[in-house]
Write a protein that binds this ligand. Structure first.
Ligand SMILES: [Cu+2]
Length: 578
């Protein structure tokens, strides 16, 4: 069983236990004896079963189980300890066990709420608040059912409740992270060379064709995707960004391109958003070959979804054969690009540059030919071997370059089962194909570093964020949401290790700006294939990734989930150089 499914199983069992205890309590209050005993038996079994799931989660990693071991387990023990013996005595009047059963229900439910609303890391405040809630609810139920608690119990309850309120509310005033400076004094090499490529991108509202339907969009130069920017290694790109009428502001982020910090295009961090009527000029040297893309980073969730993105391809030299970019996007619910059919002569070398510009993973399948994955996230793989009848999963923001020599028969590229590019009719069904694991593909090479100067752990979860104007159910990192997540501070030259843990129920495509990270391990298994230098990678529920990089690009860098709705809902922090 994977840790992801264990997390789900544990949650389901916890809900079942809580519901059965509470139902049993209500049934006994209503003197429904068989129902009360039946529900109590279910509750008892479910509560005991949690011992197994919590133990297994703790073995998978303390991050997955902390609050369950420290808060849910003691409360569950109390539930069984209080309700169990009273049930075994089989009282003549079933109503006599109503309060103990309700107590057990409150205990298991409040522990469940701690997991859902508070998560990781566990805190004394959350534990005390949970206990106080249980005591208060039990006392009220006891009063309502005419069971009179002793004076000592009432006083103890009051003390716990007051302590919990004090420490619990303390949770909301945890010292905030130092603010990210808007203007910083980092030495950033401003390119002064004469540009060799000049482009102007004008952002504006537009109506565009999305696979046969005219839809409202936000577009660069009136088109979605925006103009494809191409360059040759060594070119100096100068891109003038103008905003015609996008009220939310725009910027250009060069996704995966490790530009100098002041060219990174993150409003509030590296520049101000470009407002209607304004412009901003980006200039950087194209010194990394590969497949990249650009997109607005201002109101990025809605901005990218509405169409403010385009392709950036940097080639090492002249192109031999056919070089095709396939930027996949969902615009107004319609899939882009529209299917394209192209005649290709046999033996022509073909490179398909697959780009996922959506916020969720897509599945790509190339039918009709063997192929190799030549590059991922713009970086060539070492010793890629031929693959056939194998699908690849590309995370939000990620890119895969597939290469093959055109066969005499047609080939077709399917994205989530839909043909987007083909050289003729292909009717293969690709749904059942196995999926490539990039951590086990290609030829390995020794690790470039033997020690780490800085290590950080990022535990991804959901939780109640009470620090803003309105409470929100945020996507959190280490229990906090943007802008309250402590920044990661490194020095120039540090080798930095990230451990990224996903204890939530959704995929988080992780994206660090300004650096490619080398994948070291996933779930404790070392990466065994070609060195993987990624800028976007899916951390699935229950997974633990270890990645490392050299801090060689000074500045303040966004470090966030590239499901842009998650990033908006709190899952963004910053890496900064001291
Ligand atoms: Cu996410």
């Amino acid at each position: 069983m994977t840790t992801g499914s264990l997390l789900v199983a544990d949650l389901v069992i916890a809900v079942l236990a809580s519901a059965a205890w509470l139902g049993g309590g209500a049934a006994s209050a209503a003197r429904r004896r068989p129902l009360a005993l039946g529900l109590a038996a279910v509750a008892l079994l479910a509560t005991l079963a949690r011992a197994i799931t919590i133990t297994a989660l703790a073995r998978a990693g303390w991050w997955f189980a902390a609050e369950k071991v420290l808060i849910a387990a003691p409360l569950s023990l109390a539930a069984v300890g209080v309700a169990g013996p009273r049930l075994l005595r089989a009282p003549g009047d079933i109503r006599a066990v109503a309060v103990p059963l309700l107590f057990a229900g409150y205990a298991t439910s409040s522990a469940l709420l701690v997991t859902i609303l508070h998560g990781y890391p566990a805190s004394a405040g959350a534990g005390l608040l949970a206990v106080a809630g249980v005591v208060a609810a039990t006392v009220i139920s006891g009063r309502a059912l005419g069971a009179r608690p002793s004076r000592t119990v009432s006083r103890a309850a009051l003390v716990v409740a007051v302590a919990a309120l004090l420490t619990g509310t303390g949770l909301t005033v945890v010292p905030a992270a130092p603010p990210v400076p808007h203007d910083h004094g980092y030495p950033v090499a401003r390119i002064s060379d004469e540009p060799t490529r000049r482009v102007t991108l004008t952002a504006g509202t537009a109506r565009v064709d999305a696979s046969g339907r005219n839809v409202a969009a936000w577009a660069f130069n009136g088109q979605v995707p925006g103009p494809e920017l191409t360059a040759t290694v060594g070119d100096v790109l100068e891109v003038t960004l103008r905003n015609r009428d996008i009220e939310r502001g725009v910027s250009l982020h060069w996704h995966g391109y490790d530009v100098p910090n002041d060219q990174d295009g993150v409003p509030g961090v590296t520049q101000a958003a470009v407002r209607p009527g304004q412009e901003f000029v980006y200039r950087f040297r194209a010194d990394q070959a590969g497949t990249y893309w650009y997109h607005t980073h201002s109101a990025s969730d809605v901005g990218v979804r509405m169409g403010l993105y385009g392709v950036l391809v940097v080639r090492p030299g002249s192109v031999t054969g056919l070089d095709v970019t396939v930027p996949v996007h969902t615009l107004a619910g319609r899939p882009l690009p529209a299917p394209r059919v192209e005649q290709v002569a046999a033996r022509v070398p073909v490179r398909l540059r697959l780009i996922n510009t959506d916020s969720t993973t897509h599945r790509y399948a190339l039918a009709g030919t063997a192929f190799r994955v030549a590059a991922i996230d713009g970086v060539d793989l070492r010793g890629p071997t031929p693959l056939a009848d194998t699908a690849v999963l590309i995370p939000a923001g990620g890119r895969y370059d597939l290469v093959f020599d055109a066969p005499a028969t047609p080939v077709a590229l399917f994205v989530d089962g839909r043909a987007v590019y083909s050289t003729g009719p292909v009717s293969t069904v690709t749904d059942a194909w196995p999926v490539l694991d990039p951590l086990a593909y290609g030829e390995s090479a020794p690790m470039p570093w033997s020690r780490f100067d800085k290590t950080f752990t990022l535990v991804l979860d959901r939780g109640l964020d009470l620090r803003g104007l309105l409470p929100r159910y945020a996507h959190t990192v280490n229990g906090a949401a943007d802008p309250d997540i402590a920044p990661q501070v490194v020095r120039l030259g540090d080798v930095v290790l990230f451990t990224i843990v996903n204890r939530s129920q959704t995929v988080h495509p992780w994206h660090l700006h300004g650096h490619h990270v080398l994948v070291l391990a996933r779930d404790g298994s070392p990466a065994a294939g070609s060195p993987l230098w990624l800028d976007s990678f899916d951390v699935r529920p229950g997974e633990v990734w270890k990645v490392a990089f050299r801090a060689d690009n000074p500045g303040v860098w966004a470090n966030h989930c590239h499901n842009l709705a998650h990033a908006d809902a709190g899952m963004t922090l910053h890496l900064m150089y001291s």
